[in-house]
Design a protein around this ligand. Sequence first.
Ligand SMILES: [Zn+2]
Length: 454
Amino acid sequence: MEQVLSHLKAQRDAHLKWTRDLCAIPSISTKQEHRADVAKSVQFTHELCEKIGLKSRVMETGGHPLVYAEWTGAPNAPTFLAYGHVDVQPTGDLSLWNADPFEPIVKGDWLICRGSADDKGQVLLYLRAAEAWLKTHGKLPVNMKFLIEAEEEIGSPNLAPFVSKHRDMLAAEAVLISDTGMYKDGYPTLTIGTRGLVYKEVLVSGPTVDLHSGTHGGVIPNPTNVIARLVASLHDADGKVTVKDFYKNVVDASAEERKRLAELPFNEREYLDSLGPNTMPAGEKGWTTQERRSCRPTLDCNGIFGGFMQPGANTIIPAKAGAKISMRLVPNQNAEKIAAAFDETIRERCPKGVKLEIHSHGSADAYVTPIDSPVLKAAERALQDAYGQKPALIREGGSLPILPMFQRELGAPSILLGFASPHCNAHGPNEKAFIPDLDRGAETIARLFQLLAK
Ligand SMILES: [Zn+2]
């Protein structure tokens, strides 16, 4: 291990140059005019994989191509798959950037450019670690496969079919991913779960046109009143969601996980203040703020509309009204079943005399890495050794559909080791990566390769 670590130290600048060169390619996957740049970033990654001694190829997906590389010279050792992406988000308003987003600059300990944190800087950690092992030992402690795609920022439309088609090629005990953030600066972090999502739009229509509220008010159902009642009915007094069987399949976070979460430094007042003045905690009774925002399912009305919404007064019974509602799911809630239960609940509660329509806007299942998984334990140990600190185990409140996809297609859990600073501003202007975290990240992965061999 010592040789590997000194190699990483000695090659630090050379490795940072890989990141800078890759980040200089404006591989914005959502923009047609950057199609060639996306291909260039894939080609660059492929050539780098070959240069460090991996067997690599560029493969077609039907959309942007991806890189598949491997080193499988350890017949008695287990096999793991590293996943990451080399496409990036658009730059947004260029006037908000202090410099060209695709001219990587180093300022103090920060590397500033699009892709430095999400995900080019992080995906290259696996290649840095692999190079260090191959250069110093001529081999890796485990078999490693690398799946590096270029469509993540557009929702990985071709990834699931690709994985499904290449199950044997990609077979692995677990998927290693570094595309998440750290709990706090300097705090090594494993993200062990993401929430699922169901998104609904409820539309209620009544009279053919807006009616005079003096002449017709109080005699027929008012669509805006109906929508308000429906939305209000979706929580009870304890903040529980009242959609039928909403909690039926929920697997509560274990006592161990709740304990680990409670141990993390967290100033609730500071957090609430950051959201707005006088913000008070609210939500499901019996759970902490940290739990409510990560391991508990939630329902939120995202917007409500209908009737007269301009300044001034207009005394009407609106012809129609609607609401948009999102639900964040946890294991083992099934997105399809929750969507159906939502529709049924709304239909049952909607009064007669209005027309009801319910539309869906996408869904995703939740995911959690078993807390006692040996691979997770190895990752914890690698982070502990690299940082000298017990890592945080957290769940992401948002969704990452590729995680349940890898579980489904490969039967492999995902281990998420995140090295992006909470201040990295991924997707926003002046995205940046903290270089010491990239260095510790490469060290962590190099250590992990060895720990996984046992
Ligand atoms: Zn990413």
